[in-house]
Design a protein around this ligand. Structure first.
Ligand code: UD1
Ligand code: UDP
Length: 365
């Protein structure tokens, strides 16, 4: 066991984790709190991982467990073993976990068994769709967490309904939006348009949910719809590695007005969305970012754990067959869904500071 004073250990592993952890680590650093970052290695390509550390000022990971890809059981088992070894050595005062990926669940489970307090950032979101691995991860993580930091008011009700003591719940705002607002000055659409030789008018797309990209028949139907969209407007899609082979096999890039890119770094990606006429997505983060950027968001899912992006933002749930018609409406300048100009409460750029203040006030072990 280390003889150094106990520190807060942040567990990150997948692309959205890095973006959410950046403002929390920055705010804790401002308070002079000892902390370190453990990278599980769930995501490992430079464009899925290292680029975010370079761009967002996230502290370099103290260790990378190199867990990599696999089935849920293989990946989760490797995460449990690696994280148990790490926490046993480090004895953190608190383990901070982010979002709903397998790294989040594994870290919460290991910490709870070692009696180390768990802080869950982005707690209480619910799609009520247990076919999504993220919903399983969220529910279990929240049950194991000593501190639940929520991004939207309805999350508190979800946690209370599941028996979570509301004394453990803190509505703090959205660290994903902290990062967006902190970097607003870097999202230079004209410069990106020139560098990537983008058309003036385009729709951005990003898709990676298993329900959309794992089944070849689903992908083929989706590609046909995206080609219909591309008959009307250029489509620019940075492709998540999960769906790359399936989209290539279905010929997505064969349409002359579909441009497939490798995953983009954070600044380029948000700039791409900012400059777009609309975004087609199944990403959690993109639903939130498009709300703040006022870009129409067509979410290709039957549900969302982020309904506030519909009630307060630009988001709308759609099926693939609705895509061409709705994009046609956007191009015609017709109203898209229920447009709202209000911003979700506390999405003000200060969530990291609120989280850090509460974490700093927790007793060190
Ligand atoms: C994971 C999360 C998902 C999150 C997404 C963010 C889980 C269960 N899923 O999904 O909630 O929305 O990250 O992007 O935790 N791959 C690479 N290079 C990489 C990483 C992955 O090629 O750097 C490929 C591998 O073929 C891998 C596949 O992508 O098998 C899926 O990766 P994985 O981390 O298991 O799940 P994601 O689909 O990325
Ligand atoms: N993102 C990025 N480059 C890309 C696609 C996405 O930097 O090519 C960013 C974007 O800010 C998004 C975040 O990664 O909000 C989360 O990514 P993802 O959609 O993979 O995960 P989810 O939010 O669905 O869990």
């Amino acid at each position: 066991m280390s003889s150094a004073p106990a520190e807060i250990v942040h567990i990150v592993g997948a692309r959205p984790n890095f973006i959410k952890a950046a403002p929390v680590t920055a705010a804790l650093a401002d308070l002079g709190i000892r902390q370190s970052v453990v990278h599980t290695g769930q995501h490992y390509d430079d464009r899925m991982s290292a680029v975010f550390f370079r761009e967002l000022g996230l502290p370099r990971p103290d260790v990378d467990l190199g867990v990599g890809s696999g089935s849920h059981a293989e990946q989760t088992a490797a995460l449990l073993v690696g994280l148990e070894r790490e926490f046993t050595e480090r004895r953190p005062r608190t383990v901070a976990v982010y979002g709903d990926v397998n790294s989040t669940l594994a870290a919460a489970l290991v910490a709870a068994k070692l009696h180390i307090p768990v802080a869950h950032i982005e707690a209480g979101l619910r799609s009520f769709d247990m076919t999504m691995p993220e919903e399983v991860n969220r529910r279990v993580t929240d049950q194991l967490s000593d501190l639940c930091f929520t991004t939207s008011p309805e999350a508190v009700g979800h946690l209370a309904a599941e028996g979570v003591d509301v004394g453990r719940v803190h509505f703090v705002g959205n660290p994903m939006i902290d990062t967006l607002l902190a970097n607003l000055g870097r999202f230079d659409v004209a410069a990106l348009t020139e560098r990537l030789e983008l058309p003036d008018d385009y729709v951005a797309a990003t898709l990676h949910r298993p329900a959309n990209v794992d089944d070849p028949a689903t992908v083929a139907a989706l590609v046909a719809r995206l080609h219909e969209v591309a008959d009307a407007v250029d489509v620019v899609m940075p492709v998540h590695p999960r769906g790359r082979a399936a989209f290539d096999a279905a010929g997505l890039g064969d349409h002359p007005r579909v441009r497939l890119l490798d995953p983009l770094g954070y600044v380029d990606f948000v700039t791409l969305v900012r400059g777009s006429l609309a975004v087609i997505t199944d990403s959690g983060g993109v639903q939130e970012e498009s709300t703040i950027l006022s870009v129409p968001c067509l979410t290709l899912r039957p549900n969302t754990e982020r309904p506030i992006t519909i009630t307060h933002g630009t988001n709308r749930l759609v099926t693939d067959s609705e895509l061409p018609g709705l994009i046609g409406k956007v191009l015609a300048g017709e109203p898209f869904g229920d447009r709202h100009d209000s911003t979700p409460p506390l999405w003000d750029g200060h969530a990291g500071g609120r989280i850090a203040a509460i974490l700093a006030g927790e007793p060190a072990q």
